[in-house]
Ligand binder design. Structure first.
Ligand SMILES: C[S@@+](CC[C@H](N)C(=O)[O-])C[C@H]1O[C@@H](n2cnc3c(N)ncnc32)[C@H](O)[C@@H]1O
Length: 213
């Protein structure tokens, strides 16, 4: 299987109508609960201040659009121009008003300070060195109270033998979250299918974590 621009374009066609992943939903719900609690206590005048998310490797934007529907501002980043075209078209002018798209490589992208970095099924496509550097930039972009929602591949994933990818033991991912409170953690290993219908051995790690220091 060759994962090239043509592969990703087919992936976007298939996934554009798919629902957002639960990781981003959990993160949105956690922020909403905090905003409601702050509004109730009178600490925050506006009940839902506009928050900023950076969606890395956004693809067709199933997570980005969920954030936009929840009235977040979103910077959506992908290396494939087709991803951002599909996302912008699906968002339309209404949701699109709070969307910024950037064609950039995750290996080098500057990540602005934000409330949430969302990274669903994209960071494993970086080789170990750029993965570590990008992870460091994600951690630096998040101040106290900000969150990371991510879907990563574990070391028993079928891509683990590919040197151009990064599939880590769950303990190593957890160690990379020093200074975070882990709010959601799910490790799943199963025979499944890709979005394009190919059989796949998946070792998936879902995480939502809140920066505490
Ligand atoms: C499996 S798709 C996931 C898309 C979306 N997050 C989702 O969950 O539907 C992986 C995405 O990561 C993007 N990607 C992979 N490597 C990248 C890189 N080095 N820089 C930017 N985007 C990258 C691909 O173009 C693709 O859109």
């Amino acid at each position: 299987m060759t994962v090239d621009s043509e592969y990703w374009s087919r992936y976007y066609e298939v996934t554009v109508e798919r629902p957002a992943w639960q990781t981003v939903g959990i993160a949105i719900a956690r922020f909403r609960a905090e905003d409601n609690a702050a509004a109730g206590s009178g600490r925050e005048r506006r009940p839902h201040r506009e928050r900023l998310a950076v969606d890395l490797g956004c693809g067709a934007g199933r997570d980005a659009r969920e954030l936009l529907r929840a009235r977040w501002r979103v910077i959506a980043i992908d290396r494939e121009p087709a991803a951002l075209q599909v996302l912008a078209a699906a968002a339309g002018p209404d949701l699109g008003a709070r969307l910024e798209t950037r064609v950039e490589d995750l290996a080098t992208v500057e990540i602005p300070p934000c409330d949430l970095v969302n990274a669903s099924l994209c960071l494993p496509f970086l080789a170990p060195e750029p993965f570590a550097a990008t992870w460091g930039r994600i951690v630096s972009a998040l101040g106290p109270g900000a969150r990371l929602s991510a879907m990563l591949f574990g070391d028993r994933d079928e891509s683990a033998s590919d040197p151009t990818m990064t599939c880590l033991p769950p303990e190593q991912i957890e160690a990379g979250l020093d200074g975070f409170e882990i709010e959601h953690w799910l490790v799943k290993e199963e025979e499944t299918q890709t979005a394009l219908g190919e059989p796949r051995h998946l070792h998936l790690i879902e995480v939502v974590a809140r920066k505490i220091g």
